[in-house]
Design a binder for this molecule. Structure first.
Ligand SMILES: Cc1cc2nc3c(=O)[nH]c(=O)nc-3n(C[C@H](O)[C@H](O)[C@H](O)COP(=O)(O)O)c2cc1C
Length: 194
């Protein structure tokens, strides 16, 4: 299903097409190359000092035991729809710079940029990504042995969103919600804070 952004001026097509569906094709299996292309896109994100503070943990639906364990770390509301996606990515950021071990106060910023690259790459190959803050950090840290020097920022699922014609009544209500944004004039000032 498509939900193209309504913009006040034209923007890049892929950015306009990206959105966060909650209805995925539960039978869709991603190719190895498409999975890799997501991380390749993340890899080319900019970062402070070129430090690349991001680290991802990948779960694939084909690996049923690991997949179920990862899903169990999500809030129940998220589990209900995320279970139909094809892969789940845990997004982590190294709190310290790799080059000098000092605290990296841009680690989250940089990892957010890498995450958006994943979302846009997914969109560009006809897939969809949905990021989630609703998960149990301790559970996922234990499950994947994520070191404490990494913050766990989000869990994200990627898969093939369902065509509108295949949505159940409940899904139609959820997916049909209008996408809204602040007005363009309200998100930036010129020269000084107003
Ligand atoms: C960091 C982050 C956390 C989010 N957490 C959740 C979540 O737990 N559950 C959910 O359904 N959506 C979650 N979302 C998706 C947002 O609700 C969604 O991006 C927002 O409503 C804008 O919609 P759009 O992505 O379709 O443009 C999250 C998004 C981000 C970036």
């Amino acid at each position: 299903m498509k939900k193209i952004a309504t913009t006040e001026v034209p923007i890049n097509e892929v950015i306009a097409q990206r959105w966060s569906p909650r209805a995925f094709d539960s039978h869709y299996v991603m190719t190895e190359d498409s999975v890799k292309s997501l991380f390749e896109a993340a890899r080319w994100a900019p970062s402070c000092y070129g430090d690349q503070p991001w680290q991802f943990v990948l779960f694939k639906k084909e690996d049923a035991t690991a997949w179920t364990s990862a899903l169990n770390c999500l809030s129940v509301n998220n589990q209900n729809w995320a279970m139909d996606a094809s892969i789940l990515i845990v997004v982590c950021a190294n709190k310290n710079f790799n080059h000098n071990k000092e605290p990296n106060r841009w680690a989250h910023y940089d990892t957010g940029a890498a995450s958006e690259n994943i979302c846009l790459q997914a969109t560009s190959i006809g897939l969809s990504a949905h990021q989630m803050g609703g998960f149990d950090q301790d559970k996922i840290r234990n499950l994947s042995n994520i070191p404490l020097k990494f913050d766990i920022l989000s869990c994200m699922v990627v898969g093939k969103s369902l065509d509108e014609s295949r949505l159940s009544k409940v899904q139609k209500d959820k997916e049909g919600q209008v996408r809204s944004r602040k007005a363009l004039k309200d998100i930036y000032f010129i020269n000084e804070w107003k």
